[in-house]
Design a binder for this molecule. Structure first.
Ligand SMILES: *Cc1c(COP(=O)(O)O)cnc(C)c1O
Length: 410
């Protein structure tokens, strides 16, 4: 008899996006007219085409693979030097990160989940509430939690509420935790943390010997020059932080797949007898055992994000999405709703009118405006009373959504 990883059975079946899918399908099945008008602002996926510089580089990469003289088989598991160096030069200049501290992968979703391979059992793990569900579910699968309750909260995790009162930046835990997941700019709230707030987190991590897993997938959307783009801008972070970055949201790589994890050699964890081991060493071993490198044409395409044309094209994409975010913010404000986020991130986080639940709001937007949003409660119980609108859409759709918001709240 093959026994299974029974931790999977703790996962809540009614997970957010399947439930959204079920309600949208019920609506479209019964309402063909509404179905034709439906605009999806729910799932955080980009909509605009890949930058031309990226496509050109990928074509070149494919052509190289078609010629025996330039053909490449397995590449370095950690990623090609040309891409790792381009990342360091363009994203971490002056932050003291070296190319061999960068690990290329096929996605940050995988990286943020797989990272648990290198941590032992018995860690106390803190997540924010609301939260990107991947952090929670991967800890459930790894056996780092107890059972989930009706709200989808798991025993054994430390939940850090992010509310309007704390500006959606979690307060430091009262207790000692070992691993902390932070995501800035944040998905789902679209909010950012200041240098002082991040410094407080790094100081906490150093004082408590904890590790911060910093997800910077939306770094490129930061408009305010005072907001740190990398956790490594904070003094002391190279002793206690890992950073996850992705080409998905800046370069539009959600369907192409390329991301990276930065692990400074100075970050260590402990064996049961207290010996300190660099996490870099463990991740390097894990990566080369379980991963055979991202595709060569894809890495060529990713490197082109840092070419002069690539940078200009990515800036134009970001600017387009951020204009969408601005329009959505204004439409919600004009409709009398209270909005957060959307100024340094492609997500607008909107407070539901008094007494309206986030799923009721989802149904109202679906039925009356034929717009799919994401109910805040799906990201954790502190998300109740809010909904997320994604700015990843065409301008035409966003303008239409703005009109429909105005009509729905008139
Ligand atoms: C989109 C997103 C990522 C990127 O995931 P990929 O697997 O690289 O596409 C990472 N973290 C968060 C919070 C995201 O929303």
């Amino acid at each position: 008899m093959a026994s299974i990883n029974a931790n999977f059975l703790k996962l809540k079946a009614g997970y957010l996006f399947p439930e959204i899918g079920r309600r949208v399908k019920a609506f479209t099945d019964s309402n063909p007219e509404g179905a034709a008008k439906l605009i999806r602002c729910g799932i955080g996926d980009v909509t605009e085409p890949l930058p031309e510089a990226v496509r050109k580089a990928m074509h070149e990469g494919v052509d190289e693979q078609g010629d025996a003289a330039t053909f490449k088989g397995y590449g370095p598991e950690q990623g090609y030097e040309f891409l790792r160096q381009a990342i360091v030069d363009n994203q971490f200049a002056d932050l003291g990160i070296s190319a061999d501290e960068v690990f290329i992968s096929d996605g940050s979703k995988c990286d943020t989940g797989n990272i648990l391979d290198i941590f032992g059992a018995g860690n106390t793990i803190a997540v924010t509430d609301p939260v990107y569900p991947v952090y929670v579910d991967t800890n459930v699968m790894a056996g780092n939690t107890g059972e989930g309750d009706a709200n989808g909260a798991y025993e054994g995790l430390v939940y850090l509420p992010c509310t309007a009162e704390n500006g959606f930046v979690a307060d430091l835990p009262k207790e000692k935790v070992d691993l902390i997941y932070l995501c800035f700019p944040n998905n789902p709230t679209g909010t950012v943390a200041t240098r002082e707030q991040l410094k407080a987190w790094v100081d906490y991590a150093k004082a408590n010997d904890s590790i911060i897993l910093f997800d910077a997938a939306y770094e490129a959307f930061i408009q305010d020059p005072e907001i740190p783009r990398s956790i490594f801008e904070i003094e002391g972070a190279k002793d206690c932080c890992l950073e996850f970055r992705s080409f998905s949201k800046n370069g539009g790589f959600t369907g192409v797949r390329c991301a990276y994890t930065v692990i400074p050699k100075s970050v260590t964890g402990s064996t049961p007898d207290g010996t300190r081991i660099p996490l870099h060493q463990l991740w390097s071993r894990r990566h080369s055992t379980k991963f055979n490198g991202a595709s060569y044409p894809v890495q060529k395409g990713a490197a082109a994000v840092f070419s002069a044309e690539g940078k200009a094209q990515v800036s134009a994409l970001i600017e387009g999405y951020m204009t969408n975010a601005k329009l959505l913010r204004e439409a919600c404000q004009t409709a009398g709703l209270t909005v957060f986020g959307g100024e340094n991130a492609p997500y607008v986080w909107v407070a539901c009118p008094e007494g309206v639940s986030s799923w009721d709001m989802f149904d109202k937007m679906l039925n009356e405006a034929n717009v799919v949003i994401t109910p805040g409660a799906g990201f954790g119980s502190a998300g109740e009373g809010y909904f997320r609108i994604s700015a990843f859409n065409s301008r035409k759709n966003v303008e239409e959504v703005c009109k429909r918001i105005a009509a729905a709240f008139a």
